[in-house]
Ligand binder design. Structure first.
Ligand SMILES: Nc1ncnc2c1ncn2[C@@H]1O[C@H](COP(=O)(O)OP(=O)(O)OP(=O)(O)O)[C@@H](O)[C@H]1O
Ligand SMILES: [Mg+2]
Length: 509
């Protein structure tokens, strides 16, 4: 007899429908799984066999073939166990076949018949909904993840026997309680901008960067608080919107990070060490293994000590910075992952760290040029603004404390709302993503602003790219000041935050 069960396989961040066809016919006892299955799927044979027997059902002593269709789609992971087991039980007449057609089954089986969670539950839940199936039947551990898909019926089954009950028309097991997020607020206070003393210009620049999601470079001598400031960026960013949170959780889900099933609100903040490899940063080392740029999607990628990163590794950032995604192509698989993040980089202004403090800097012109070359080019081209940290301004004890993160965050959120209202029709939400055409449309300069721009053009001070960067930043400064028009003082501040200035060994004008 033949039975068909419905399940899914993970491809990149999405799930593809797979039908498990189980055929049982007379012959010597055998159990074969066919259909481009990876090692984990082939091992399903032994798990399914044991789980069926240990749950008190009969494992037919005949010739059993389980075919995973379509045959040309590679099947990965252990999530097929439940569908294969139910297919075997249905094909041998131990459960009715009709609900198998409308219920998706997803999960790994333990030898004693317990249903375990599999990576990618959120993607599978979305695909179940899209396929118009009536219910997703899965183990309890990640079931809350599936409930994020609005309108989807989620049937929790703790054991294979519960799945048999559900497929015979019975009720599922109870949905587990939401797991508490790690006691973060109580145990570990998030770093707050209010801890920073002095540095008002740097705090202001960080605010602008956060408000427009501008890729930024922090430059300054050692000990001036670059790392300190960057670590406080997440505390002033707006919370994730629902659709953004789902994207982040889909990434967490597929890569096996626990999500707890509650909607995330905090943006990701990834700070890989400078010894990271290109594969570690971009991804693709192993199948389904994503890089830091993907984990930073909808959040921040912080590269501290930028000049210490290997040059090819930095070069590889070009595609995600440009397109907001990475394509991983390998011999046996390829996948596209979202990677739209805000880059925050920190560096000393020169190899010794003291450029700008003339008598202290020991670097030769050649040293300075080498340092500049390391960072310049494609990467610097995609950095909108420079945050300069100056030693003179630092007095860790005496300086005035900066405004609290909560207060700055309010300003950032308001500025983002202005941007979103203006840009939503363009399909983007933040100024940093405006292209040349959008800049022409949405940056209306006053007379003074036009003069400032024309003068910089005449003197050949800025490349076309440089001008675009300045206009984007000026738009954000105007948004922070609730001005629809971009005034010349906005443009002038934007010019003073030019990233090139951070590497010249001189201070920004
Ligand atoms: N403006 C500041 N307000 C309060 N504390 C500060 C400030 N700047 C620096 N500090 C203190 O000095 C320490 C060192 O700062 P931080 O590590 O951020 O410097 P850095 O610029 O990243 O230096 P390096 O170039 O060596 O990495 C911080 O942990 C902090 O305690
Ligand atoms: Mg540092």
């Amino acid at each position: 007899m033949l039975a068909r069960a419905r399940t899914f396989t993970i491809e990149g961040l999405h799930a593809r429908a797979v039908t498990v066809e189980v055929d049982i016919r007379p012959g010597l006892p055998a159990f074969a799984i066919v259909g481009l299955a990876d090692a984990a799927v082939r091992e399903a044979r032994d798990r399914v066999h044991a789980a069926v027997l240990n749950s008190g059902y009969e494992f037919p002593a005949r010739r059993i073939t389980a075919n995973l269709a379509p045959a040309d789609v590679p099947k990965v992971g252990p999530g097929f166990d439940l569908a294969i087991a139910c297919g075997v039980l249905a094909a041998s007449g131990q459960i009715p076949v009709d609900l198998l057609d409308t219920h998706a089954l997803f999960g790994e089986l333990s030898l004693d018949g317990e249903v375990r969670a599999s990576h990618g539950t959120l993607a599978v839940a979305e695909a179940t909904m899209k396929a118009g199936l009536r219910m997703l039947v899965l183990g309890p551990a990640r079931a809350r993840e599936a409930t994020l898909v609005e309108g989807l019926a989620v049937g929790v089954v703790e054991r294979l026997s519960s799945a048999v009950r559900v497929l015979s028309g019975g009720a599922p097991d109870p949905l587990p309680q939401p797991s508490r997020p790690p006691l973060r607020s109580a145990a570990r206070r998030q770093p707050d901008l209010g801890d920073v003393r002095g540095q008002p210009e740097a705090v202001r620049a960080l605010t602008i960067a956060a408000a427009g999601a501008h890729n930024s470079l922090l430059s300054g001598p050692p000990g001036t608080g670059k790392t300190m400031l960057a670590q406080r960026l997440p505390s002033i960013l707006p919370p994730l919107e629902r659709s953004e949170a789902i994207e982040v959780m889909r990434i967490h889900s597929v890569t096996g990070r626990l999500t707890g099933g509650e909607l995330l609100s905090e943006r990701p903040f990834r700070a890989p060490h400078h010894s990271i490899t290109t594969a570690g940063l971009i991804g693709g080392a192993r199948r389904g293994w994503v890089g830091e740029v993907v984990l930073a999607h909808n959040g921040v990628l912080f590269l501290d000590e930028l000049s210490e990163f290997a040059r090819p590794t930095l070069e590889a950032l070009r595609q995600p910075l440009e397109d907001g995604r990475v394509a991983i192509v390998r011999a046996r698989h390829s996948a596209v992952y979202p990677a739209r993040f805000m880059l925050m980089a920190a560096t000393n202004p020169c190899p010794c760290g003291y450029a700008g403090e003339d008598e202290r800097c020991r670097c030769s012109e050649a040293d300075l040029a080498r340092h500049r070359r390391r960072l310049s080019g494609p990467l610097l081209d995609r950095i909108d603004l420079l945050v300069t940290m100056e030693r003179a301004a630092v007095d860790h004890i005496g300086g005035e404390l900066a405004t609290s993160s909560a207060h700055v965050r309010e300003q950032v959120i308001e500025a983002r709302e202005r941007q979103a209202a203006r840009l939503r029709e363009e399909g983007i939400l933040v100024n940093a993503q405006m292209d040349a055409r959008m800049l022409r449309r949405h940056v209306k300069l006053d007379e003074g602003g036009k003069r400032v721009l024309a003068a910089s053009r005449e003197r050949g001070l800025l490349s076309a790219r440089g001008q675009h960067r300045a206009l984007r930043v000026a738009r954000t400064i105007a948004d922070l000041e609730r001005s629809e028009r971009v005034k010349h003082e906005h443009l002038a501040s934007a010019f003073s935050l030019r990233p090139e200035a951070g590497l010249s060994g001189r201070r920004a004008a």
